[in-house]
Design a binder for this molecule. Structure first.
Ligand code: 87F
Length: 585
């Protein structure tokens, strides 16, 4: 008997033993009462959460003064530069990426945004499998004992752990945690499975979702209570091979942003204050949201050293021991690394505009939409059918060349309405095809990423022309974002320039001593504090204090270690490195 069947069998036995204690009628009555109570509880929970969900969605919407002038009724009617969070919410919902849910902080990823996640998965899977990582699935639940066993690890995060306490109305004997990350779930099994150095390296990855019950203001994709990610956990015999992998994974993360999402990132190391507490060191890719001037952590790759292997007893016999020689066991060297659907939020914030989503061609579910045009009330059925057949033929050619294409034959909508609709959804390239195009053996092109830029492609060169144009769009999106990011990284050496630079939506590279106390001071000094201001800090975006984002691997010239002063005027230390600071998500 397998385990599941055995469990069912036990449950059945239990029910048989327990049932006779109640008369048939009493049993029925109890069941009915239980059902009613459950319905009632459910209803009130749904009502509260529904209101919360609605309130959350509403909060960000339409403040009249911030509307886009002349916006079409169906379109985005909030200006990206005036009400960023209202704009973000509308772009996502009207662009069909996401819907709100009646549990606050949870969202539905609709097919168009989930497609992007699948593209990231496909690309990243090829990379990690290429270096010997294998995918697997561990359970969603963690027993209290196991979670608490490594108190040091959970400390500081404990308030965010969500617990299952009941099955129906029956309290569980021991509450069970929902994984906020899988160290405590996986590492006891690493200890069990790794017996000899021949079992190393062990490299496992999970594509899963985790739950962190945050109380800070939620934001779709950026900060959600459940989020989808991959978490990689590897174990090595030698620190060098582990450390090489940390950097390799970081490069893959940069690749996801730069190659797929057309979003530039800065690669670097976290300071001691900002690293994952369980790690020897943390490497990171940092992005930038130009509209708000805030930095955003894009993905982190940690070298855990022997910290967890000591806690969990993950060790092997020393392979250098001679026969019969007794050497103490070696604790393995570990890494962990994670990248989440936050990637999609950063992409949307970077490229999208007041007309809606702008999706880079490489990850867009629909890369090209063909809209038939020039059919009027005067056109005959034959003319319409002939044009539609030509449009179908164009689509067949593109599909045969692996281009994701959609034809829009919807009746009752004008071409102009359809143009807006596809623009809102972010389709990178629109092809218009009418009787005039047909006569001149061409299609008319319109790029989503730049307005008022129509061109033509000869039908004889359709596939190559479209491919080239999609590549150009992808590259131009990256280049524009890169120019924008670079122009907002300010090299600052005088403290007096620091806060004004932050206030002008920049992030700042400063000479820094890299001590925690100094970082705390900088955060304090750069926060614009108003007396009696009760607003949560992250909703007072421009007044929030600056944190260190990373110590970029690429260090500018002009800093002499141990000679140059730390930029913080209250700090007596000398600078260790240029460190990137900014207000951040
Ligand atoms: C929240 C609750 C409980 C972050 C938490 O970065 C525990 C944690 O351990 C927690 N929030 N973390 C750190 C996660 C570290 C690490 N885990 C694997 C990663 C990448 C993937």
């Amino acid at each position: 008997m397998d385990e599941a069947t055995a469990d069912n069998f036990d449950a059945l036995k239990l029910a048989q033993v327990e049932a006779p204690e109640l008369s048939k009628n009493a049993h029925k009555k109890a069941q009915k009462q239980e059902k009613l109570a459950a319905q009632k509880a459910n209803k009130s929970a749904t009502n509260t959460t529904k209101e919360a969900g609605r309130a959350e969605a509403k909060k960000a919407v339409n403040k009249p003064s911030k509307k886009v002038e002349g916006a079409a009724l169906i379109g985005i009617d909030v200006d990206k530069s005036k009400d960023f969070s209202g704009w973000y919410q509308q772009v996502l919902t009207k662009g069909d990426f996401l819907d709100y849910y009646d549990v606050s902080g949870c969202y539905i990823l609709k097919p168009a945004s989930y497609f992007i996640w699948e593209e990231i998965q496909a690309w990243f899977n090829v990379k990690i499998k290429g270096i010997g990582v294998e995918n697997c699935a561990f359970p969603l639940f963690v027993s209290e004992d196991v979670l608490q066993r490594e108190k040091a690890h959970i400390e500081g995060f404990a308030a965010e752990v969500a617990w299952v306490t009941h099955a129906g109305n029956t309290p569980l004997e021991k509450k069970i945690a929902i994984r906020p990350t899988s160290e405590t779930v996986m590492y006891p099994y690493y200890a069990k499975w790794i017996r000899s150095h021949r079992d190393l390296p062990l490299r496992l990855n999970q594509w899963n979702s985790v739950v962190r019950w945050e109380f800070k203001h939620p934001q779709p994709f950026l900060r959600t209570r459940e989020f989808h990610w991959q978490e990689g956990h590897t174990a090595h015999l030698k620190p060098e091979t582990a450390q090489k992998e940390v950097r390799q994974i970081l490069e893959y993360y940069a690749g996801v942003y730069e190659e797929l999402l057309a979003v530039p990132v800065i690669r670097g190391r976290k300071t001691e204050k900002e690293k994952f507490a369980g790690a020897d060191y943390t490497e990171t890719v940092e992005g930038f949201i130009a509209a708000t001037g805030r930095g955003i952590q894009g993905g982190t790759s940690h070298h855990l050293g022997q910290n967890f292997s000591k806690m969990f007893g993950i060790s092997v016999e020393d392979p250098s021991a001679k026969e019969g020689e007794k050497k103490p066991p070696l604790n393995v060297f570990q890494n962990s690394w994670g990248l989440s659907t936050r990637t999609i939020g950063v992409m949307v914030m970077t490229h999208s505009d007041n007309r809606g989503l702008v999706v880079p061609p490489r990850v867009s579910r629909k890369q090209v939409v063909i809209v038939p045009v020039g059919i009027t009330a005067k056109s005959t059925d034959e003319e319409r059918t002939a044009l539609y057949e030509e449009v179908d033929a164009l689509a067949i050619v593109l599909r045969a060349n692996d281009i994701r294409v959609e034809t829009d034959f919807r009746e009752g909508y004008s071409p102009g309405w359809k143009f807006n609709d596809w623009e809102q959804k972010g389709v990178p390239l629109r092809l218009e095809f009418g009787p005039k195009d047909s006569a001149s053996h061409q299609v008319t092109t319109s790029r989503r990423d730049i307005q008022g830029n129509k061109g033509t492609i000869a039908i004889t060169e359709l596939a190559s022309g479209v491919k080239n144009l999609l590549d150009t769009i992808q590259n131009d999106l990256y280049d524009r974002a890169d120019t924008e990011f670079k122009s907002h990284v300010k090299h600052i050496t005088k403290w007096d320039d620091f806060v004004p630079a932050l206030n002008s939506k920049n992030v700042c590279l400063i000479p820094h001593c890299l001590t925690e106390e100094c970082e705390d001071q900088i955060k304090d000094l750069s926060a614009r504090k108003e007396e009696n201001d009760d607003t949560p800090q992250d909703e007072r975006a421009p007044s929030m204090g600056a944190k260190s984002l990373c110590i970029p691997f690429e260090q500018p010239e002009g800093l002499e270690k141990g000679v140059t002063e730390c930029c913080n005027p209250q700090c007596k230390n000398k600078a260790e490195a240029w460190c990137l600071f900014g207000r951040s998500y």
